[in-house]
Each structure stands twice: as C-alpha cells, then as structure tokens.
Design a protein around this ligand. Structure first.
Ligand SMILES: Cc1cc2nc3c(=O)[nH]c(=O)nc-3n(C[C@H](O)[C@H](O)[C@H](O)COP(=O)(O)OP(=O)(O)OC[C@H]3O[C@@H](n4cnc5c(N)ncnc54)[C@H](O)[C@@H]3O)c2cc1C
Length: 434
C-alpha cells in the first residue's frame, strides 16, 4: 500500500468534511494549547489496538507527525473477528486473520507498547499498566471492545467459556469451537445462544449459524444448527432466513425469545442450556452472553448504568471524563451498530477531533459510515450499509443512503457481495495494519 500523505488522509477520512482544516493545521501554531507533557504538540495514548484504536492511532500520526502517539495493546497480535465465522465453516484459517503491529511502529512512527492498562487517573492524566509502568497523556483514546455479562447466565463464567466457548473475541476460543464441531458426530446438534441487544456485530450469530451449517452440509449432513435467541427479531432477518432455506433446508432453525429462546443458565458438564420454558442439550454449545463496554472502561468510570460509555458524538470525548475519548464497541454512538467498520469510522472522526484540539482548533462537522457483510455460503453474500450524520448532537442515518441487499437478488449479485465481503476485509485490515 502506498505511503499515506496528509492530503490522502483528508481524502480517506473524507467523511469528515471539516478535516480539510487538517491540511492547514501545521501552519497553525499561534493558538496551539501549551502541553505539559511530551514534546511536540502533545501526547496521545490509545488503549486497544483493534478496529477502533489502531485506526485512531494511525490517523492522528498521519494528520500531524508532531503529535506523540503511543498505542498500548495487551496482546502481541490482533485476531480479527470479521470473517472469523469462516474459520468455523472451514474455509479459512485463524492465521489469515492474525496481524502484528510492526508496521505501525516501524513505518508509521507510533510507539507500540504491549501492556494491559488496569487503571486510568483522569485528574492526573495518567494510565497504569499491569507491568507497573505509568504513562502520561494529554488526550486519551479508549477502544477496548466488549466485556461479557457472565452473571446473566447461571453457571457461566470466563473459565467455563474455555470449554463452552462464546468465541465472540476471535482467537483461541474460535479454534476450540471449530475443533468441537470437527469432533461432533454426524446427526449431532449445535446450539448457538444469541445475546440480547445491544451487542457486538448484530448479524454475527446468524452468519455463524450459516457457516456452521455450511460445514455440516459437506461433512455431517444429518446434523443441525439451532439458534436460541434472546430477541424476537434480528439484523437482515429476511435475507438470512431466505439463505438458510436455500442452502441448508431445515438444517438451521431459529427459536425467538418469545418462542423459548431466552437462556438463563447452563450446565456445562452435560452441555445443557436452561431456557425460560425448555432445556436444550447440545452436542456443541456456543453460548454468546450479553455484553458491556470492555473492562477498563468500567474500571475507569467511563461507562454509565447501561454498561456502555456515553460520549459527545461529534468528537467521541467522554461525557464523564474530559480529555478521554471512547470509540468502537464500547461507546454509545447513536444509531451506529457495534461493528468493525463503525469503529474504523469513529476512529477517524475521533482522530480529526483530537488533532484539531491539540492545534487549538474547533472539530469539524463529521459524517460516518458502516457496511456489514455476511457470508451465508461461499458464493452467497448479503449486506447492510448506512451513512450517518450528526443531528442535534446525535448520530442518525442519512435518509436514502445505504440500505439492505435486495431480497430475491440473482446468484451473480450474491456472488459479488461475497467477493466484496472478502475484499472489504483485505482493505480494512490494510487500513489498520500497514
Ligand atoms: C464473529 C464476529 C464477526 C464479526 N464480523 C464483522 C464484520 O463482518 N464486519 C464488521 O464491521 N464487524 C464485525 N464484527 C464486529 C467487530 O469485530 C467489532 O465491532 C470491532 O472489533 C470493534 O472494534 P473495537 O476497537 O471496539 O474493539 P476490538 O477490535 O475488540 O479491539 C479492542 C482491543 O483492545 C485491547 N484491549 C482491551 N482492553 C485493554 C486494556 N485494558 N489494555 C490494553 N489493551 C486492551 C484488546 O486486546 C483488543 O485488541 C464481528 C464480530 C464478531 C464477534
């Protein structure tokens, strides 16, 4: 990928119209606020090197090389959730979704630190790592993703999840779930318990059901996938149901919340899910619990009673703590879903707002974008897309922009959408890690 220039950044984040101002930011030093810490124009720390954080770090540095940017990520490598359902379907390896941070440090001039942040002091403008190290910031970006509300399901916790995986953070649990599917006898049943709203990746559990059915169809044709849902409807429902029927017949079943899909407890030893009405004993069980903002957001008092982080939706600055911005799944971003593409878009808007602030300027007028693809069968993709704008301080969809893939589209259209899904992933991964 060609080196980004500052002008290209403005174009790439072009959603953010007032970013045009960034082009002249370097010339503007007269009213730049004086920084207590670090050299240059200030010190930014980004917690979390995923879909939101890696992008915020990279685009701040691209926009203004005089800002000192440190990205603190607890893991050595990042494993992408997008396309991880294809690992379960057997068409992809986990390695193809795994990325390192070398290019961000070597080529982009970002200080990449491997540490887990365990505390934030908003008054002193410091964060503390598990390593015992302390880091100072002028502006902090927090993009920790989600944490799980295990307490909502009796008998489930982080330890049990090693055996009954949620696989809702791609990585070892994705591999465990795949191995369990491989070990399952033909004629077995895989239950997927889908979480209540709001949660990471609204179409994700339903794409997962399709990918598992794709594997069963080829290798264990007497088997079934049953989705037990906490909800009565879900994203792209008509398109998913049509795709299930076309490719998998009655191999995939969906049980709504009202129809008995709400799960209250699990017996991990017998792999039995306990619903409000019935019990379901599975051969493989994928239990995806309710969610909330990542742990550090809770610990640092960035989340409200909903478990998510309220922010100024123009800049993503926390409504609870000054100079701390929260992006990605953890924040409350109006009508935007919790998706990787949404986190990417928010990362760019947040980067522009921070660069403006560190240069003594007002943030520009943002716009935001999201598309979520789902692959139902290798040559059968569907999508939902939207463009968003800020109205009265809230992110809302722009009428007439985006929409759903059409029902009853031709096989050629669906094949192109499956292709778009995979090229979308290549592009967004390059945006994050090169
Ligand atoms: C099965 C599945 C399929 C999906 N498919 C799609 C898709 O097709 N398209 C799409 O747009 N989205 C998809 N998503 C959603 C997408 O993965 C998330 O919305 C996205 O990852 C959110 O980005 P984020 O930056 O908020 O969190 P993440 O990408 O999870 O990044 C958070 C990072 O922060 C790090 N971290 C957390 N706490 C700390 C700490 N205290 N200190 C240091 N580091 C920390 C974590 O290790 C992690 O690397 C999917 C999700 C799933 C589960």
């Amino acid at each position: 990928m060609a080196m980004f220039t500052r002008r290209k950044f403005v174009k790439a984040a072009g959603a953010c119209t007032a970013l045009g101002a960034l082009a002249s930011i370097n010339a503007c030093t007269a009213n730049t606020p004086k920084r207590a810490s670090g050299g240059g124009k200030g010190r930014v720390i980004v917690i979390g090197g995923g879909y939101g954080g890696a992008i915020a770090a990279k685009y701040i540095k691209l926009a203004d090389a005089d800002i000192d940017v440190t990205l603190i990520e607890k893991n050595k490598n990042y494993v992408s959730c997008p396309l991880s359902n294809e690992v379960l379907g057997g068409d992809r390896t986990i390695d193809s979704l795994t990325f390192g941070y070398d290019t961000l440090s070597d080529k982009r001039g970002i200080n990449v630190v491997q540490d887990e942040i365990v505390a934030i002091d908003p008054d002193k403008h410091t964060v503390k790592g598990k390593s015992g190290k302390q880091y100072d910031y002028d502006k902090l970006v927090v993009s920790p993703g989600v944490d799980f509300r295990y307490e909502k399901i009796d008998g489930y916790d982080a330890q049990v999840a090693e055996k009954i995986p949620h696989a809702w953070k791609a990585g070892p649990q994705t591999v465990t779930l795949r191995k369990q599917l491989e070990a399952m006898k033909d004629g077995g049943v895989c239950y997927i318990a889908a979480p209540p709203n709001p949660f990471r990746c609204p179409p994700g559990p339903y794409e997962r059901a399709a990918q598992i059915a794709h594997y069963f169809k080829m290798h264990k044709p007497k088997s079934k996938v049953i989705i037990l849902d906490a909800k009565d409807k879900f994203s792209k429902q008509g398109l998913f149901m049509q795709g299930y029927k076309k490719f998998y017949g009655d191999m995939v079943e969906w049980v709504s919340g009202a129809g008995g899909g709400i799960i209250e407890a699990i017996d991990p030893n017998s792999r039995t899910l306990v619903g409000e009405v019935e019990e379901y004993k599975g051969d493989v069980v994928n239990l995806i619990p309710a969610q909330k903002a990542g742990k550090i957001a809770q610990v640092a008092g960035l989340a409200d009673d909903s478990g998510w982080c309220p922010v100024n939706q123009k800049t993503f600055e926390s409504k609870l703590h000054k100079d701390i911005h929260v992006i990605g799944d953890a924040c409350i971003a109006g009508k935007m879903p919790k998706s990787g593409y949404a986190a990417n878009s928010q990362g760019k808007v947040c980067a522009a707002a921070i660069v403006a602030a560190l240069n003594g300027q007002e943030p520009g007028e943002p716009s935001y974008v999201n598309t979520c693809y789902s692959i139902i069968s290798p040559e059968w993709g569907i999508s939902v897309a939207a463009v968003y704008q800020l109205v009265d301080g809230k992110i809302v969809g722009v009428k007439g922009a985006g929409g759903l893939s059409p029902m009853n589209a031709s096989a050629a259209t669906r094949a192109i959408e499956a292709k778009f899904a995979r090229s979308w992933f290549k592009n967004i991964a390059a945006d994050m890690f090169t």
